[in-house]
Design a protein around this ligand. Sequence first.
Ligand code: PLP
Length: 433
Amino acid sequence: MSSRSVSPNLALDQLVARRRAEGAAIVHLGFGESRLPVFRPLVSRLLEGASRNAYGPVAGSAEARAAVAGYFTRRRMPTDADQTVLAPGSKPLLMALQLVLPGDVLLARPSWVTYAPQARLAGKQVFGVPIPDECGGVPEPEALRETIRSARASGHNPRILVLTTPDNPTGTVASPALVRELCEIAESEDLLILSDEIYRDIVHDPWRPVLSPAEVVPDRTIVLTGLSKSIALGGWRIGAARFPSGPWGERIRDEVLAVASEIWSTLAGPMQAVAEYVFAEPPEVVRRIAADTRLHGVVANAVHEIMVGAGALCRPPTGGFYVYPDFEPLRERLDWHGVTDSASLQRVLLDDFGVAVLGGHHLGDDPGALRFRAATSMLYGQTAEQREAALYAERPLSLPHIRDELDLLEEKLSVFVSSGVTKGAAAFPAGVR
Ligand SMILES: Cc1ncc(COP(=O)(O)O)c(C=O)c1O
């Protein structure tokens, strides 16, 4: 019997859908999807692409690869089309990389739910490294050095460092100085970097600097990107990778193509037509992504305020559409609900308070901690019309359907963190607690 199970965030989304269908009122913050409408011009691209029914090259069409190369080149990573590969999402590309790259894996702790299971599927050992105070998606440098030392001392071979900026689950952007420091460690310890930049275009402040490790140590960095987040196309499954130029990069690319050819063959033809258009970044696409990003920033900050107001510690969000609160300051109170770790925190919030979040234990975090990931992009509305209104509203927080959800979340959390006190007060005479 296999011990494998469906990825916890996908499983949670299905559970919430079932409970809502049964009539439960749930504030759903449990799924990392940009719930925004399809950008209309993409529908005609898709229709035009429908006649592309041949398999085509495994790496993607020459035109789509040229568009991806242009996308990276405009981000200070000069790229030739041959250095790029398209695929049905960046997830299968990451899996293929785990299969072909040598060595064990170093992950920020917490990090995206899929990295560790993929590494294990590829037969690798995973080493989690705590994140710095200021941001997630990257390990704290000194802790990284120490983890490498002790992993090697116990006979392991940590070679792959996964960096995610902006990050899922903390919704933060690592500073260029920190990225440089990690690149130095990669050089001195001979690590390969998988730089997951799928949220790169969702930086809330357009002036905040973002540095890719591929700008610092290009020969040892593979960059991943995709259209699931920035332009809300998760279900269309379009991802891309950029490999280093030169013989090593070519070899890894060819090995990834070998895996691809045995699993997914190629990105679906109509999706290549879409990729060609979006990665070329015509002005209307740039405007749409800017509108998405603005909304993500406004709502993520509003949810951050609610979490902090409830008494949690939480890094201010600067990218993506997540917050990652820590309810440690309320541990004693939450104990009254039977909340003692992140699994019980997730369960009680959903079952007793109708708030769906993903517990930190699913993200490699300390299971005893009281942390969870809240995906704030789930709050834009239940209907296509509401989401469209959210996208183009001057003041999205004033829209009744968003305001109501935020108010409901605030109310539920306030009862959650205060009802423990009431219970406690009733159970113990004054002065005992
Ligand atoms: C950090 C990160 N990387 C990669 C992915 C996978 O995206 P896709 O396979 O849709 O390209 C996700 C999706 O949740 C993510 O959050």
